[in-house]
Design a protein around this ligand. Structure first.
Ligand SMILES: NC(=O)c1ccc[n+]([C@@H]2O[C@H](COP(=O)([O-])OP(=O)(O)OC[C@H]3O[C@@H](n4cnc5c(N)ncnc54)[C@H](O)[C@@H]3O)[C@@H](O)[C@H]2O)c1
Length: 402
């Protein structure tokens, strides 16, 4: 039996996938509201295929609880934010989760940490907790790579990494993941697994920062960054990403800081990339103000931000560029500017509308912050609007760009 600890964006689909493939699973979360909803057969966030997966898992007997179980395997998927001051990984949730697990677990249980951590965290934080419990638990690090919006597919098809102290333990854990994972499962040591995960997200962050820096250079000297990237990418060994309004989410905007926090002397490129990406929401505000000036718009109440999430077609707003942007406005402008996101039902802000037509009707300038399918399919609604398209997705209307 497996006890999955933490039923958020990673823990929930993982627990459901295991259960749907015949593994006995109890999912545990400290948030009783999440547990209650799941027991009521309701999903807790929007994700393609998650509802069906929940039904399948319930049919196979998955149990949801706010208590830690006495079992042989634990998968820990709790948040690992960064400390905004030191930039190092904040392990407070991980510590609490592992401390709770070792209190109840079988003597030789295996604790699999899926949460993303910086290299050395398992040895520094998790191992001492296990050792002081005097239990002979095995520790494994199996970081997750799935992409929100495509989680169900990627859980089954991505390659995975398993970091363990011995091949024997790694192979046992590999068997559990093989119940649903068709991708290659690579076995390595714990530190390599920790570093690999952080490196993957850092690689993405640096490449996005390069595109964003190009956008700024091209805007400054009146060149078309999109045309330049399109042509440059014809080179067989060049693959420049698209610029955008910033980087959000729980991974790419967070994990590179772990390296900056732990290795400040060696991480100048990583740190600069983070700062470039973090500067993009302010850059968008400057563009909005330029466009307002050009078009004699003098109030933020005539401006609307389309999209509050950090990427298209998900309901996750964590660290989203729109929220970063709103945090940079003074209170009056933040309250006045219109906001709308088809994926977000809950009211997060004043002047947040819940219907696309009403939103469009209420403003002169629409700022596309997120390329949800909804707006791609409703371009016509923007016909007589001034548009700032930070994602370069509006095809048939004149737009301002980054
Ligand atoms: N979201 C992603 O796209 C993604 C992708 C890859 C890796 N990760 C990593 O996976 C980890 C989890 O991220 P997430 O997005 O699922 O977070 P999340 O905030 O969506 O979910 C975490 C859950 O853990 C619960 N929790 C916290 N402390 C607990 C405890 N002591 N015992 C039981 N439950 C507890 C919370 O209530 C919450 O429901 C993080 O390390 C993250 O970096 C996330």
């Amino acid at each position: 039996m497996v006890n999955v600890v933490g039923l958020g964006y990673i823990g929930l689909p993982t627990s459901l996938m295991l259960a749907a493939h015949g593994i006995e699973v109890v999912g545990t979360d400290v948030n009783i509201d999440i547990v209650k909803k799941l027991r009521n057969k309701e999903i807790t966030f929007k994700e393609e295929g998650l509802e069906e997966l929940l039904d399948r898992a319930i049919d196979k007997g998955i149990v949801f609880s706010d208590e830690y179980q006495v079992v042989d395997y634990y998968i820990v998927a709790v948040p690992t934010p960064y400390d905004s001051l030191t930039k190092r990984v904040d392990t407070v949730y991980l510590k609490q989760a592992v401390e709770s697990v070792v209190k109840v677990c079988n003597n030789d249980a295996t604790i699999i940490v899926e949460s993303t951590v910086s290299p050395g965290t398992i040895d520094r934080v998790v191992r001492p907790i296990v050792e002081s419990s005097h239990k002979k638990c095995n520790i494994v690090h199996a970081p997750e790579r799935i992409l929100p919006g495509n989680m169900v597919y990627e859980l089954q098809n991505n390659s995975r990494t398993i970091g363990a102290d011995s091949e024997k333990v790694a192979k046992r854990v590999k068997k559990i993941y093989e119940s649903f994972c068709k991708g290659e499962i690579v076995i390595t040591d714990i530190r390599t697994a920790e570093m690999t995960k952080v490196v993957e997200n850092t690689y993405r962050d640096i490449n996005i920062a390069f595109a964003n820096e190009l956008a700024k250079i091209c805007r400054y000297d009146d060149m078309d960054v999109y045309e330049i990237i399109k042509i440059a990418n014809r080179h067989p060994r060049v693959n420049i990403l698209s610029p955008g309004p910033g980087v959000g989410g729980h991974c790419i905007s967070v994990d590179p800081w772990f390296l900056v926090g732990d290795y400040p002397k060696f991480s100048q490129l990583i740190s600069t990339a983070r700062h470039i990406n973090d500067s993009m929401p302010i850059y968008v505000i400057d563009r909005i103000k330029e466009i307002m000036d050009k078009n004699n718009i003098d109030s933020f109440s005539d401006v609307g931000l389309y999209g509050l999430t950090y990427k298209p077609n998900v309901d996750d707003t964590r660290e989203s560029p729109t929220i970063q942007l709103l945090n940079q406005l003074d209170e009056k402008d933040r309250d006045e500017i219109k906001k709308y996101d088809p994926m977000i039902e809950k009211k997060m802000y004043k002047n947040q509308l819940n219907n696309l037509q009403d939103f469009v009707d209420s403003v002169k300038l629409v700022v596309i912050m997120v390329d949800h399918s909804e707006i791609l399919n409703s371009e016509k609604l923007l016909n007589d609007k001034i548009i700032l398209d930070t994602k370069n997705v509006i095809k048939n209307l004149p737009t301002y760009k980054l």
